[in-house]
Write a protein of this length. Structure first.
Length: 175
């Protein structure tokens, strides 16, 4: 034996008894080489596929109509009505959707008059700034929204007063 041993490439197996751990590595490497050579000898895969689709049979028959139960019909109509109501509610303004307090018709007249006064106060010499124009456009849009809501969805002040009285009366026993 040489004092430093043979190099790592010990394919001649000169130091077999010294390098016991290398034999396991060699066996593993040899088995891997044998496996790879065996896989290389396998035939190439064939990727020839034939897809056959069965024709769908045509049903010329009409499906049987089952008479709808009364409770099912009522439930279906109720669901449809609820869907219509939800669609109408989504079309309304956010104030109406959230049932927030609205301005009475008299307040709309004040807003309209302030817009008219603002139009009269404009100077013909100095053009309005972009902010003034934007503010005027916002006020006009606000006025049109409020007018639309008040015309289409009228305030029910009398009913609200009655409700408040009823609520107060219902709370009296608890006080």
């Amino acid at each position: 034996m040489t004092p430093k041993g043979t190099p790592i490439r010990d394919e001649l197996h000169i130091n077999e008894d010294v390098d016991m751990y290398d034999t396991a590595k060699l066996v593993k490497a040899n088995s891997r080489k044998e496996l790879l050579s065996g896989l290389k000898n396998l035939p190439q895969p064939k990727n020839d596929y034939q897809i056959i689709i069965q024709p769908v049979p045509e049903d010329n028959e009409e499906p049987e109509k089952i008479e709808e139960d009364m409770s099912d019909r009522i439930a279906r109509e109720k669901a449809e009505e609820e869907m219509r109501q939800q669609a109408l509610l989504r079309k309304r303004s956010k104030v109406l959707q959230r049932e927030l307090p609205r301005l009475p018709a008299g307040s709309l007249d004040l807003i309209r008059n302030s817009l008219l006064r603002a139009d009269e106060d404009k100077s013909s010499i100095v053009p309005p700034t972009f902010f003034e124009q934007a503010d005027e456009m916002i006020r006009k849009e606000l006025l049109s929204l409020l007018e639309h809501d008040n015309v289409k969805y009228r305030l029910m002040i009398k009913q609200k007063r009655k409700r408040r009285k009823e609520q107060k009366e219902s709370l009296l026993p608890y006080l």
